[in-house]
Design a protein around this ligand. Structure first.
Ligand SMILES: [Zn+2]
Length: 213
């Protein structure tokens, strides 16, 4: 999967999860309200007088979507330059350390530690983005990388010429449905998100502060 697939589908998954979790906590709050009061009176209210917020707005209330988008690409942001360019002779592979379960574990534990210590969730958001990245890359097909270093210290080697790698990616994008369909889905989700930002005149505030409404 490439950039649009990783970012767009991760945003879609996080938005859906947030909607499900918000609905669950809403129902829990509703069912826990006193039986004597009227159902309408006991409905939890939305803060600051707003009666309704968009799905992306609800997600942005809980996490920084900018961090989520970076997290969805984090393994590639680190591994591609290192494996394909900086240490090409050593690795010749764009899926190395940050495409491993070990990296996910370390970043998740660090995220839990940070959250428990200071209630900051940005590292957990990065870990979630890394988690979806490894799934969308179907890393279970290369267990030597996913479970590194269980099968040995060396990563599988690919074509040492990065131009060949880039042309392979381009060819897959044009001809392979398992590559271009996720890109189309991701682009559609990002398009809806961008449209919501434009409608709310929030493009600038999203870039500067992560606000979407
Ligand atoms: Zn990747």
């Amino acid at each position: 999967m490439l950039v649009l697939g990783h970012t767009g589908i991760t945003l879609g998954v996080a938005t859906a999860l947030d909607a499900i979790l918000s609905k669950t906590s809403f129902l829990r709050a509703y069912s826990a309200s006193p039986a004597s009061s009227s159902p309408v009176d006991s409905l939890p209210t939305v803060p600051s007088g707003k009666t309704r917020t968009s799905w992306f707005g609800s997600l942005a209330h809980h996490i920084d979507i900018r961090i989520l988008l970076v997290g969805s690409l984090l393994p590639d942001i680190i591994d591609k330059p290192v494996g394909h360019f900086l240490f090409r002779d050593v690795f010749a592979n764009g899926r190395i350390f940050c495409h491993t379960l070990l990296f996910l574990l370390v970043i998740s534990l660090a995220g839990i530690f940070l959250y428990r210590r200071s209630r900051k969730n940005w590292l957990l958001v990065l870990a979630f983005g890394t988690f979806t990245h490894l799934i969308f890359d179907r890393m279970w097909l290369t267990p030597r990388t996913l479970f590194w270093p269980l099968y040995g210290w060396a990563f599988p080697r690919g074509d040492p010429n990065p131009i060949h790698w880039l042309s392979g990616v381009l060819a897959a994008l044009l001809a392979d449905p398992s590559t271009y369909i996720p890109e189309v889905i991701g682009a559609a989700i990002l398009g809806i998100f961008l449209w919501q930002l434009i409608k709310a005149s929030a493009v600038g505030s999203f870039i500067r502060r992560g606000k979407v409404e």
